[in-house]
Design a protein around this ligand. Sequence first.
Ligand code: FE2
Length: 363
Amino acid sequence: MSEDFLPVKGYDHIEFYVGNAKQAAHFYDKTFGFTPVAKMGLETGNRQKASYVMQQGKVRFVLSSAYGPDHEIARHCALHGDGVKAIALEVNDVEKSIREAKSRGATVFLPASPQEDEHGTFVTGEIRYAGDTIFRFVERKNYRGSFAPGYQPINAHGSESVGFAAIDHVVTNVYLGEMNYWAKWYEEVLGFTNLAHFTDKDISTEYSALMSKVMESGKGKCKFPINEPAEGKKKSQIEEYLDYYYGQGVQHIALNTANIYDTVVELRNRDIDFLRIPDTYYDYMKDRVGDVGEDWGKLQELGILLDKDDDGYLLQIFTAPVQDRPTLFYEVIQRHGSKGFGIGNFKALFVSIEEEQALRGNL
Ligand code: FE2
């Protein structure tokens, strides 16, 4: 196997550009169970933007808003609505990562930029990805602060965790015909490999379909499925996203839990909406996966999906979009051996997504 020219240690954080970071932070705290751990803004001397760092397990989200209309964040929000701006990966050496990516065709958005404070040196660098989304490389091996220079720690309790432990995968929607371009981009620019490929025959209903390729980092620490719409009779879920996001971008983020039942009960108690799954799905599921020792009644009651492959099985559930535009949503996932993404569930998922789409008049 060839040398891994861009070794990735794992996800560092996801940064969202939002219209009102203060209110978004409240949402991620009170409903999703994140704890605010650091902040920057007017109080810390930043007159351009406010950012809140929210943490749960190893999952770290940064929510950012602009103080004025000419800021990049304001323009991003005007076009895309609230959404993911940066997927940040921790690496050992940002300067080398940017150099390697650039020599392989990456467009550099921010060259390696060291920042220093009393806690040490923190380095970031950024390259362009699909649409206005970027990949950010973060080097924190010589940094001891809570998050990054410019941020002040927050001593807040936050509400009770719902059990999110880590980011499992991050999915991007791209335009029709561009999935292979981006898969090749991951291979050539980041040195990632293709883990799986699903065609429209795997993932289709009468009305809409998608094709998907899953790319993963050298050590399998980070996984990035890429979806493109496939021809269907009506507008597909991917096209709806592309229309409302006004471009390509992150469709969903999957978060791991060690107990999906507890996590989903807690989220439902906090008024998070999940996709409704047709009851017939559960009759079909028993035939499809056989007995794996899970409580069927409980799965059905909570709307949790189950899929099985040669390595084991997984449990997953999808939230409704978390903003008015039908764009970004979340997946909660618990793995029991399976390294897959719930391919057997895609069809059932589409049926229920299309029900929701029809209600919005977009099918
Ligand atoms: Fe997923």
